[in-house]
Every structure is written in C-alpha cells, then in structure tokens.
Ligand binder design. Sequence first.
Ligand code: ADP
Length: 495
Amino acid sequence: MTDSRRDTVRAVIVTALLVACVAIVTLVNTRWREATVLNHFAYLPIAIAATWWGRRGALVALIPVATLGLLDVLGMTPAPSWTDAVRGAFFLAAGGVIGTLSDRLRARGAVLRASEANLHAVIEASSTGVIVYRDDRIVFVNRRIAALLGDGKTDDHVVGRSIWEFVHPEDQPGIHVLLSQRADDPLAALRYEYRLLRMDGAIVWCDIASAPVVFDGKPAILVSVYDVTDKHEAEERRLELLRRAREQEDQLVHSTRLAELGEMAAAVAHELNQPLTGIRNYARNATYMLENDAGDAQEVRGNLRLISEQVDRAARIIQQMRSLTRKSDREFVPVDIVGIIREAVDFLAAQFRLSGCEIRLHFGEGHPVVMGDRIRLEQVILNLLTNARHAMEDAAERVLTVRTRIEPESPQSVVVEIEDTGKGFAPDEAEKLFRPFYSTKGPGRGTGLGLSISLSIIKEHDGLIEAWGQPDQGARFTVRLPAAPPGSRATEVTT
Ligand code: ADP
C-alpha cells in the first residue's frame, strides 16, 4: 500500500470512529441519561489517531471534548459540569501522552532507519568485498563482490550458492584447516590470502578476513575480501626478474672465475710442472735401479712412494682448478671459513711466490664456521687475494697478511681481514671500488667486477665487506659474516 493510500484509509477509520463517538456520547447523555461507561468509547479514536499521527493526531480529542462541553452547556448531560470537564481533560491528557510516545518512537525509528541506510550505503560503496554466509550458503554480498565474482550487475548469481563454489580447489584444504582452528576458538577472526574463482572461472587473488557475526538474528560468518591480484602479479613479476637477475649474476660470477682462471693458467702450469718433473725423475730413477740391479727394494719403494705423493699433489691442483671453474648453485650450509682461506691461499701460492710476496696467516682462536655457499665465499677470498697481489706488484715490501677472528658479541660474527702492503688507495675512494666496472688496472687486466660481485655475495650472506686504504701504505679488506648457530659442524669439502 502506498503512503497516501494508507493515510486516506486511516483518516476514514478515525473519522468513522469519531462520528460514532459523537453519536454515542450524544445518545448516551441525552437519550439514555447514562453518563459513565459508554463515554469511554471516545478513547478509541483518540488513541488510534495519536498512535498513527502523534501529538498532531491527539487533537482529535477536541471533538469528544467539544461534544461533551456543548451538551453540558445545553444542560443535556445527567452528570454535574465538573465531571464532564474532568472527563474532557482526561481525553486530552490521554491523547497528549499517547501522541508524545508515538512521536518519540517514530523519531527513534527514523534515526535507526537513517543509520541503517548509511551503513548499507557504506557497505555497498566499500572497495572491500563483503560476503555473509551461514551453513556454507551465501546469504548476503555487497556490490563489490557481485562485480568481483558474479556478472557485476546483480548479486543474484552469488547469493544462495555454496561458498566453496568460489574457492579455488587447491586452496580449499588450507581453508578447511583454518576453519577447524576456529572450531577450537569460535570467536577467532581469521586472515589469509587465497584464490577465489569468478563465475567465468578466472582466478582472483584475495586477502580475506573472516569473523563470526549475527545476521538477520542468526549466527553467520562475515568475510571481507580484498582483491590483491595486481599485487600478486607484481610480486610474481618481481620474483621472476629476481630469478633472472640471479641467473645472470651466476653467469657473471662464472665468467669472472674463468677470466681469473685464464690469468692463473701460467702459474698453474708452472705448479703442475713441478710434480710432473718429480714424477719423471723418480720413475727414471726407479727404472734405472731395477734394470741395473742398483740400490735395494727399499730404495725402489721409496721412489715409488715419492711418485705417489707427487701424483697426489698434481691431483690436488687439478681438483682446485675444477672447483674453481664449476658453476655453482647456491647452497647455504655450515662452512669452515679457515678451510676456505687455506684452499684459496694454496691455490694462489705459486703466483704469490712468483711475484715475490710473503704470505702470513693468523687464524685466531676458535673454529669459525659460517652459514654459506663455500664456492661463492671462496670466490670472494680469491678475488681479495688476487687484488692484493696485483696491488703489491710495484711495492718495495710485499707482505700479504690474512687474519681471522670470532667476535663474541651477540650475534656472533666471523671476521676475515686481508691486508697487503701494496699501492693502497685514497680513503675517499674506498666506496667507489665496489662499483661495477670500476677498475684502475688498465685494459686487459681488470674487469672492475670482482669487488662488486664480492659485495653482492657477502650481502647475500647477511654480511659486510669494508675497505680501508692509504696511498702507498697498503690496503685492508674486512669481511664480517654471521657465525653459524652454535654447535654447527662444517660440511666436508666435496670437489
Ligand atoms: P678489478 O680487479 O677487475 O679491477 P675489482 O672490482 O676487483 O676489479 O677491483 C676494483 C678496483 O679496486 C681495482 O681496479 C683497484 O683499483 C682497487 N683495488 C682492489 N683491491 C685493492 C687493493 N688491495 N689495493 C689497492 N687497490 C685495490
């Protein structure tokens, strides 16, 4: 029924009751001379009108009051005038009280309806999707969800369906687990990031929070849904770029290792030459003794043992070459940093010897184990040692000092210092050295990548690398790495 039709019907009812009231009051007082009970009929139209129209409606009380007054003036009522006056006052008071209460109720209802409308408008306009479901059936969704999951125009496609129709099958088990956790704590609010399915089958990544509510007077679950597909795609793109960057960096690390290897080839050839010459001489010696019955079995055995030692030495050199050229996948395990330094120093020992450099090793107390990738850490040490050797080429005094120590403050760190007495550098240059392609070694010698790769490797290990130098007074590179958790045992070297 429309508002105006309803008002007309009400007006007709109240008018009919008033007419009846006037008739009854007149008849009761004039014809039957009965002034009490039936006069109360007047309360009926007054109460109804005051309920429907408030204090304004209570004015209808004036009609029975006027009727009574008129009859009284005309002397047609059996009761004394003062009782008619009291009766009329009661009519007016009843109308006033009921009208005031009705006005108040109506005002409160209007406030409630306005706030409900506001709330509804806010929920509908919200960029967060809102779903309410009960017993797995969706009972309410806002416009955002209709757009996100349905056809975007109405919520008809979504409301009434099972909530699980919109959850990606691979994510359902995880959500069941979360919901079972809520079974332990029914008031717990849950938050998670999962894939929802649109009606057309497309996937939408959503940040979802859910909590129990009372909806339409019954318990239900309120789910707020925030579309994070863009963020997710951006994150995937970022990870893909990171993966590619890592691949390229691996490739670069590998290439610089090969470049260093090329430079080392001469020294390695020299190094291999020694055991080979030894092997040839001991073999010739043994053959001579056997052919000419010279020497005894003991001497021949001694020669063979020396041959075997020289073969081991040659094999070690070749093994180190292989470990250096091997392309590594990152593998973070507890590694013995002193072992790595020893190997790197061993590997470059021939070059240092040829350059007339003295090597001093000071390995401090304790057994420094760090979590790291041994091949990449070895790459850093080799680079620092090679730079030190290059820096000392024209120096009068050529001493390389390598120190290690454990710094006990928490968390523990392992410090490696590689110091040389070479040409050094100005203190303000220190930072520049780590920039890619910064090199002072001239064409064909330096790539300018060694220290920048070393920096990225050390950062990958959550460590720090710093350079100190003074022109013609040498340089010191300090690497600081977090120590492996107490009790970690370094894994054996496999090459
Ligand atoms: P490259 O060795 O190929 O030049 P690096 O990144 O390893 O590239 O080194 C960059 C530059 O840092 C070197 O060219 C050199 O000028 C400077 N440098 C590195 N180590 C030392 C050192 N121990 N003493 C003096 N200068 C150094």
